[in-house]
Ligand binder design. Structure first.
Ligand SMILES: [Zn+2]
Length: 133
């Protein structure tokens, strides 16, 4: 009997692997977030009894499934990279200011230090400019 279940499990795993070959697969931060969002929204809508919105909770799930089965792996990878970078930048803004060089538009990250004015040298074009940090 145990052998029987193992064979079913093996077959299932194999068919999943086959259906995902050449596809993105979707084991990334963006998909985990989308699926988490689906669960959180579902729970919220159940608690507050908003039946019309349970449909809305399907949207992140559908998006996650689309990403999982997408064959455009490069584009999905890029989406996830942007998503992760967005949150990294958010975290960095709490401890750092992000300025742009007035000459070459290079982004420069300066640690926050209550209200002092400092002279910043652009690492790319060596332009000097002053900012309050
Ligand atoms: Zn510059």
């Amino acid at each position: 009997m145990r052998n029987f279940f193992n064979r079913i499990r093996y077959g299932f795993t194999q068919s999943m692997a086959r259906s995902l070959s050449g596809r993105y697969g979707g084991r990334d931060a963006l998909n985990f977030t989308l699926i988490g969002l689906t669960v959180v929204l579902d729970i919220l809508f159940m608690i507050f009894r908003i039946p019309a919105l349970t449909f809305a909770s399907l949207l992140p799930l559908v998006w996650a499934m689309f990403r999982t089965f997408s064959k455009n792996i490069g584009k999905r990878y890029e989406e996830n990279r942007k998503f992760v970078n967005f949150f990294k930048n958010l975290a960095a803004r709490r401890t750092h200011h992000i300025y742009r060089c007035p000459k070459c538009r290079q982004k420069i990250r300066i640690p926050r230090k209550g209200g002092k004015t400092v002279e910043i040298t652009c690492p790319k074009c060596h332009e000097h400019f002053r900012k309050k940090i």
